[in-house]
Design a protein. Structure first.
Length: 173
């Protein structure tokens, strides 16, 4: 993983933490105001929804950088290393295709909805879809880099789960 991707991961993680803190504060204060004082912050629901969508897509990019997305390796782990490397490239190509579809659809929705404003906050609804556009661009770039880079340079975790045989030693009565 290059320094650029590590920097991107740290930046996205910081932004996700800040967004989650903002969501927690907004929702908590709104609940206290509604139930305690029969009042509330009307904008908090919309802002929380926008932040939730952005956190979700930033998390998807971060998981891709860390190679933590769900994968089923039952078949791939039984293949020889050369075939597994080819399969990894094929899977990366399929993921890139999905990310490009996400990018295309999010771009279309962002453009279509940019002039629509949220009823309470006045934020363009296109900002909602901009999260998908951002994720599509970043994930596509990451996957393109992986396609053009030897597998050994970006493999960060072993494909096989570690054995827990040593955990049971000495525990037998």
């Amino acid at each position: 993983m290059t320094a650029l991707f590590k920097g991107l991961e740290k930046t996205l993680t910081l932004l996700m933490v800040l967004a989650l803190v903002a969501m927690i504060v907004l929702v908590f204060v709104n609940v206290v105001l509604r139930y305690g004082f029969n009042s509330g912050i009307s904008i908090s629901v919309e802002l929380s929804r926008f932040l939730f969508v952005w956190v979700t897509f930033m998390g998807a990019v971060t998981a891709l950088i860390r190679q933590e997305h769900l994968s089923v390796n039952t078949f791939a782990d039984k293949l020889p290393a050369a075939m597994r490397a080819g399969l990894d490239r094929l899977v990366t190509l399929a993921m890139l295709g999905c990310c490009l579809m996400l990018l295309k659809g999010s771009y279309a929705q962002t453009v279509l909805n940019w002039s629509n404003l949220s009823p309470i906050s006045g934020i363009p609804v296109g900002v909602f879809y901009l999260a998908g556009l951002m994720a599509g661009v970043l994930m596509s770039l990451i996957l393109l880099w992986r396609l053009l880079t030897p597998l050994a340079l970006y493999a960060v975790t072993p494909r096989v789960a570690p054995s827990h045989a040593s955990d049971s030693q000495g525990d037998t009565p």
